[in-house]
Ligand binder design. Sequence first.
Ligand code: SAM
Length: 268
Amino acid sequence: MTENVLTGIREQSFGDDPIEVRETDHYTQEYVGGMVDKWDDLIDWERRAAGEGRFFVDQLKARGVRSVLDVATGTGFHSVQLIEAGFETVSADGSPQMLAKAFRNGMDNGGHLLRVVNADWRWLNRDVHGEFDAVICLGNSFTHLFSEHDRRKALAEFYAMLKHDGVLIIDQRNYDALLDGKTGGKSSYYYCGTEVEAVPDHVDDGLARYRYEFPDGSAYHLNMYPLRREYLRGLLHDVGFQRIDTFGDFQENPVEEPDFYIHVAEKT
Ligand code: SAM
């Protein structure tokens, strides 16, 4: 992480060879400074809400969910939506800068006091207390884990936070299409800010490095692990989820190659 000497703000740093940065811990250096401030331009809350519709609320209500742990709160989009839909929501994230923004967003969007917890998924049960009817991990967040060990550990932690009949909703970009050359990788559902260009700079089996360009000329990057759909479904089975339904862009049978997959994984 580098600090701007004029502003004192910490900015992203990927060192001399950015495509060699393939570490789980690096996310704490990616969601800092300008990237945090710009994130809401990237996702455009109104357009995202219109794109998602009632999908998550309906999935949760259909299972009688009352309490939700949002483990990848980011700037708070889903936490605020869920609070407004009447769910008891706890908002966790490993980036204190994202959580600070989420807290402000909660106040600014309906005067909601978010219950925020700074917690890394790999040690979630140490830092978040209680059991929940549902855990959500949305916005292509799980992609930040760079080792299989970390992925298994995080999923085991999510599993342990759930009540006996709880549900995990976790999504991922359709990396199969990207890795297999079927798409350029631009997304229209999740990252809906029309003024923002989000394009893959580099893709190989172990890394998808995206560049986000903003109208003011600023640019930020995220280094992510390109999860294949069946691989993630397999991990969910392995940690103990009994039933996994996978949707493409919120549909059971998408007609086109979807941008995103959403896995709804039930414990019983
Ligand atoms: N869910 C939000 C959304 O859809 O707008 C945020 C998505 S953002 C792509 C990913 C978030 O996951 C970031 O806020 C980041 O700090 C968090 N994150 C990544 N790896 C994490 C980890 N190991 N533990 C906790 N949070 C993590």
